[in-house]
Ligand binder design. Sequence first.
Ligand code: NAG
Ligand code: NAG
Ligand code: NAG
Ligand code: NAG
Ligand code: NAG
Length: 922
Amino acid sequence: MAGNKPSAKLEKQPGTIPAPVVSSPAPARGRCLLRRTVLVGIAAIATFYYVGSLVCQINREINAQQGLWLAKAFGGHSQKGFKHKAAPFGKVAEEIFLAVPNPASALATSRQYATAPHLAGSEGDYKTATDFLALLQSELGISASSPLPVFPAGSSESRGATLSITSSSPSKPSAWIDVYYPVMNTPLDRSLEILDEDGNAVWAANLEEQADETDSDAGKYADAVPTFHGLSRGGEAAGKLVYANYGRKQDYDALVASGVELNGTIVITRYGGIFRGLKVKGAQDLGAVACLIYSDPRDDGTVTQENGYEAYPNGPARNPTSVQRGSTQFLSIYPGDPTTPGYPSYENSTRTEGTNIPTIPSLPISWANAKVLLDEIEEGGGNRTISLVNHVDDRVIPIWNTMGVIPGYIKDEVVVIGNHRDVAHCIRAAWVLGATDPSSGTASIHEVIRGLGVLLKQGWKPLRTILIASWDAEEYGLIGSTEWGEDFADWIDEHVVAYVNLDSSVSGSSFYSAASPSLSHFMRSAAETIAHPTKPGLTLWDATKDKGPLYGNHIDAEALSVYEEEQAQMAADDLGVNVLGSGSDYTVFLQRIGVASTNNGFKSTLSDPVYHYHSVFDSERWQELYADPGFLRHVAIARFLGLQTLRLADSIVLPLNTTHYSVQLDAYLDKVEQLRSSMALDVDFSSLRESISSLRAASVALDNEKSEAESELRHLIRRIARRKFVRDHIRKAWCKLRKIFRKPCKHRKHEAGEEYGHRGNEEHARPRAGHAHPASPARTIEGRTVKPRVGRWAGMLKEQREREHGRDSADKHVRGQKCHIEAHDGKDKELREAFVRAVKRVRAANKKLVAFERGFIHPDGIRDREWYRHLGVAPGKWLGYGATTLPALTESITFDANATMAKYEAGRLKVLFDKLAEEIQV
Ligand SMILES: *[C@@H]1O[C@H](CO)[C@@H](O)[C@H](O)[C@H]1NC(C)=O
Ligand SMILES: *[C@@H]1O[C@H](CO)[C@@H](O)[C@H](O)[C@H]1NC(C)=O
Ligand SMILES: *[C@@H]1O[C@H](CO)[C@@H](O)[C@H](O)[C@H]1NC(C)=O
Ligand SMILES: *[C@@H]1O[C@H](CO)[C@@H](O)[C@H](O)[C@H]1NC(C)=O
Ligand SMILES: *[C@@H]1O[C@H](CO)[C@@H](O)[C@H](O)[C@H]1NC(C)=O
């Protein structure tokens, strides 16, 4: 811009002698002018360039320091452990994390866990708990202690380990093991026979699975874990055999309607449709004396021998001797230790007679055995009886939950991530080898922990505290998670903002995600961020449409309709995220305490290699050959889980969409109205409908508030950071100038103190032992050298807070700060106050967001199963895995067909929703 001026001016100079073009100097005045103009031009360009690059640099630094600024915002004076100004945060942290999980590592973990069942007794399970503890210690930089931190539940150490997460503001990660003492059973002996009219056995079932060397692990351990039902009733029974299809409510209703007498019989049902314990409950309620449950190849979709597929281990079809073990707890009544409903099972807890376990014995059996029995019924052998023995040993057995904490800046908000570990244990759960259930989940969790470890080593610290839980005894009925949840219900209620669950990560080709509706958008967008495990250019979310490749001509129509019904019970919303029912560890968080939760994984479809659930054939070989060759699905799930954790922990405003939730409530009520019409009940829901719409209005207002609160805070952070940087640069320049004149910069000393923040935090600013921090305090991020330092804002905040609390700090450093701050102007004060207000505003919005899910909790719970207190969603009374929305209201219609009750339930919901709308009002 300035470039043309000199020549233009030159020509205008009057009375000058034309000079040789090159060598002759311009006349004095002209020369001077020219030089000045050129200098001004250069200076202008330089300044322009300098300012431009400064702005760029400032922006870059502010972006790189998001974490620091948010730490200051939410962590206040307790920024212990914040070591690097440019520690990874936000997108940068996500990218670092996502690069960590890898298939080789996941495969190694899977092989470690899934290739040998730990033998009877409790040692094997204890070992998996301490292995997990060691993993947390090594990856999260926690020093190993001796003796091991293994605390009996209820002891002051155990209580303190969890409660101190929020009460004492720990600065470093920690890990420990809580021991609970539930009543569980272990198998003794079993038999199953057909008796002739004289009581002689004419056939005795071989109850073991038959495996050979083709799958060497399965071959070795086929009879290592007896085929029995966890929490089944021990005993003996004999009676005539009655076939009850899937053992669903409608199946039993149909039998009763057609006049079949079940009293005194042994019922045989096939797996599928509902949770196995409820099949036994249905038989028990009708007077049956025992129950058998078998795996029917008809339920394997197109992957059957009939369609030409060979049976495992020679092919992908069902091994006919495979047996599905598993718990027969009445999951929809209550989960957890049967003898301590609603309270934790400490060693000396008072115990009651469990009402969520069967009073009749049961056995799981193979298709090979079932065929003999079904033929018997078909051929009219009704005169003969079946004799069944199921001896078990009921006793108190210790279980071990391994817990790990990564403290965040926001002390009182905690994100919990959990996976059950009870793995490969002969007696305890995870039936036999468990390559899928739960070792696939365990392998994915390992990758998540490794990723978080890498972030920690780079100076990352989450905004919110992250609690990692490795639950035990999930397979017996969600016992580890339920007992811990009951133990710390008040603490969870007060502090836990979300629960992220993983069970199995891979049993087939189809990706699914389930969540509280407030987390639907969050789940979907996280899944859309991650690459499809095998198809280039697609995302993990696209894998929701994936199916197995094994098709065939025959498929059982009923199995197909049951499969579709199951999908319907998971009823995805318009985003494609499913509703949470039960069957995994999120249950106590969501359905008893009201914590927004998520769950996800790859599941098997009707055209996938048959997943031998809870059988010895759920082996490492099957997993590597059929479920996830290459282990890329394991890795995708690890990435997804980690991304959920990072986003929940590090977002300023929690990514909970309450408006989406209130839109779903309308859809739930639509469903109820349909049921009402089909049952011809006279109930009016218009006032409940109005409450939902007020709730939605309140939520929309909250949406505005939360986005305004966040952008206000971000805006202030940029302003303050900019001021600080500009000031720093000016001071630096000033100091340089003084140096030239050999006058040392007086600010220097003060600045140093300011740069390194609070003296009291020195200890925490040092790299932790066991961490691979570079020895020098300077480090390189994205090619730039960054010195770790803690800025001054924390001091201002601390001061502000102390003033608020009316405390008079004697801290010399803070006094120094005050002087320094006052040296600056009222503008700083104004900004500081605005900043504190903005932080408060964000925190208030977050509180309301968390309160939303809590708002569904009713202290009286759901009728006949009061443990479940969430009136928005519960495992269906006769489903178990599947969800029923607005459960108390829906079931008053579907099961009781009682208008009085439906009115009462609609009233309860209305009161809840009105209260909730008031609570989230902005
Ligand atoms: C089954 O029959 C016995 C008598 O044989 C009777 O006492 C009992 O109440 C019946 N149970 C059911 C559920 O009908
Ligand atoms: C439970 O009771 C036993 C026997 O009275 C006692 O030895 C033990 O210390 C108690 N355990 C706890 C955790 O209180
Ligand atoms: C069952 O017993 C009845 C009479 O007790 C007899 O008539 C019938 O043939 C028997 N059925 C079979 C299949 O043995
Ligand atoms: C929240 O959910 C509603 C309803 O699905 C949707 O319209 C809105 O865009 C969502 N907001 C965010 C931030 O995802
Ligand atoms: C309907 O429910 C109400 C309230 O629980 C109860 O008093 C009444 O007896 C029930 N009516 C029928 C027909 O079961």
